[in-house]
Design a protein around this ligand. Structure first.
Ligand SMILES: Nc1ncnc2c1ncn2[C@@H]1O[C@H](COP(=O)(O)OP(=O)(O)OP(=O)(O)O)[C@@H](O)[C@H]1O
Length: 279
């Protein structure tokens, strides 16, 4: 496990005029190089967590520490440099007229020299496999490609952490796969730390660790295999377990000896093929 990069301690936050806390004594850590998925039903506090991590709101009590710096109104601009956000709607975050302008936008604002900018734009687009689209206009791109450009815009700024706030929820299955594959590769190659906030437990299954939020409280945390063992509890919280986990349970009930822990359909299919070849 890498070093502790983010630490939340006893965070309490309530929106003005509301009778209950949106975040109620939430504590957890995030380690360098890990992919943490934060899941929960509507209103469980996921987006509020993202707002606090990005300094758009401040906790009423408790501490958020990001790479050894405590988040306060005074440090927020420094801390924000360490975090890149990718949001839900691919169309709302395209600010350039072409792919390369879009990726360069944040670097221009950061006052980076022309030479460094060109290197970083090309490097970032290479990493998300969008370098063949440098001069394309956004309306020629699919949703998945637009989100990959948004990710390139973020990694060009070399943050320590990327937060994906429901970044795949408006994409078709292919776009979703493209974006998740990009995240997986980035994480593997660059030791970047990923926080994905999602309704989608199939997506969360790809993370190293999951946090389940419920009514502003941290309900459970652990590796996806352990979290999906909570099957009935997750369903009671309004969450749906991945298809491969459900199918594994049904197959086992019917006497098929598949092993537990298949978080993707591919893994389950591989196991079934191996069982079949032994028959
Ligand atoms: N701007 C706001 N003003 C008042 N209350 C808010 C505001 N935003 C969120 N809330 C409340 O705070 C709580 C947590 O909401 P939050 O949006 O963080 O949940 P979420 O898990 O991200 O839900 P969703 O998946 O629907 O976005 C909910 O009770 C919600 O009604």
């Amino acid at each position: 496990m890498g070093k502790k990069l983010v630490s939340l301690e006893n965070i309490i936050f309530r929106y003005e005029g509301q009778s209950r806390n949106a975040l109620d004594d939430v504590s957890f850590d995030i380690y360098q190089g890990e992919w943490l998925a934060i899941v929960g039903h509507n209103g469980s506090g996921k987006s509020t967590l993202a707002k606090l991590l990005n300094g758009l709101q401040f906790a009423h009590s408790g501490t958020i520490m990001i790479n050894d710096q405590i988040m306060t109104e005074e440090t927020v601009w420094d801390v924000r440099q360490k975090i890149g956000m990718v949001f839900q709607n691919p169309d709302n975050q395209f600010v350039g007229t072409t792919v390369q302008d879009d990726v360069a936008f944040g670097l221009e604002n950061a006052g980076v020299s022309q030479q460094v900018m060109v290197e970083r734009v090309h490097g970032a687009l290479n990493k998300v496999k969008m370098n063949a689209f440098l001069n394309q206009e956004p309306h020629h791109l699919s949703g998945g490609q637009k989100q990959r450009v948004a990710i390139a815009g973020v990694i060009a700024l070399q943050p320590d952490i990327i937060i994906l706030d429901e970044a795949t929820s408006m994409l078709d299955p292919r776009g979703r796969e493209e974006v998740l594959e990009t995240v997986r590769e980035l994480k593997q190659e660059n030791e970047i730390t990923v926080i994905s906030i999602t309704h989608d437990l199939e997506e969360a299954a790809k993370a190293d660790r999951m946090i389940v939020m419920n009514q502003g409280r941290l309900y459970r945390e652990g590796p996806p295999q352990d979290i999906f063992e909570l099957e009935e509890e997750l369903i009671a919280l309004g969450l749906d377990i991945p298809f491969s986990v459900k199918l594994t349970k049904e197959l086992q009930k019917n006497g098929v000896r598949v092993v537990n822990g298949h978080l993707t359909e591919e893994e389950l299919v591989k196991d079934l093929c191996e069982l079949h070849s032994m028959m």
